[in-house]
Design a protein around this ligand. Sequence first.
Ligand code: ZN
Length: 445
Amino acid sequence: MQDPHAAPRRFLRLLAAAAAAWIALFPGAAEAAKPAAKKPAASARPAAGTISTKYRFKKPRSVRKSTKYIVLHTTEGSSKGSIAKLSANGECNYVVDTDGMVYVIVDRSRVAYHAGLSMWNGQTGLDSVSIGIEIVGWHDKDITAAQYAALRKLLSELKAQYRIPDENVLTHSMVAYGNPNHWQKRKHRGRKRCGMLLMLPAARTRLGLLKKPAYDPDVKAGRLKDADPELTKILYTPMPPAKAAPKTPAAPGTTAAKPPSPAPDNPAPFASNVIGPKRSAWDIARDQYDAPTTVYAFPDGTSKRGDQIKNWNKMPAGTIVSVGPAASENANEGLLTIGEDGTAEDLAGDAMAATSTYYFAPGRPYAAGSTLSLADIAALPKGTKVLVDYKVAGPVTAKVPVFSLCGSKWNHPDTYYWTSAGGLVPGDQVTDRTIPRGALVFFRK
Ligand SMILES: [Zn+2]
């Protein structure tokens, strides 16, 4: 007779091996991997939704011209590290901690860099039209009762102030899109799963959000390919009819939001972090596949970080993938490199020869894709930098200030200044005084 515990034991051994590999690569990871210290007793806790200004991002940010959406995120990391990182980079307007405490990072009226490469209903660059709220937690785990209460209070205040309808409260996974990569040949939805469980009807109801979008407008219009149907199923599960909405909120600590059970012919969608014939590194790690914080433990016992892997075609089945906390929620997808990130076709896909794709080969003037033949593009040397879906303006001179060319995008981390002498300089590494005179500015459309 088969030992009924063999499979779970094998799984635990795999898990332990992956954890050991991860800890070996990152000294200090063992500390971070420990369960969070016990929270103080309920009586000592702040009331859920109490706003603390303790962690405020210190640099100035421009005021948004309009506010149409609220975008919800999960930090994918523990409280302390997440809040420090988000504060340092100004990567959201608010953080909701596990105990319900709300921290202001960037003032609600100002731009926070939270959405990265994003699109909703044809509009790109969601940072300039949305408020970003990070919730300490993980995309595939329910948030705490205190977080539900705090977020509900915060949302109701913001919805009222900015007249934002419930269906415009979205998650990062709904608006993030990816440029083509090794696995996806087209621009696609599914770059991130950030915040996805907050779109399930039970979670929405608990947050006081009674309406949600019925479908992905950009996939429907053909602007993006749906690269993650499992995610789509969760995001667009319809709300129950109004009368059927539960009247009593779930008791604190119970799990209100659960992913729908998979159909029998469909493997459990989020169960496996093991590479197999039908499960790639991208399927498991999404846009963190090549991050230094993602670790691949190979069946032969060796391991590598995502940024150490050169050939994505040679990933052995059975490799265990551990996605660590990312250095940044919005790892810059703007600038890609031929040879490191893939071929020009991998990186730009359909847009390879477009007017909005720009190539910067070492030691040469830059070229728009539309000015090159397909043979020229295929022959671009390794190390050529690529920007997809960008606009160019300039040059920046004393009479033509950069603000007149690209507005508030002038100091975004994914805006680049190019001169033939100095190459590309990211927008977050310049001040208005240090922009190279005569530089062209490349910014996202
Ligand atoms: Zn996010």
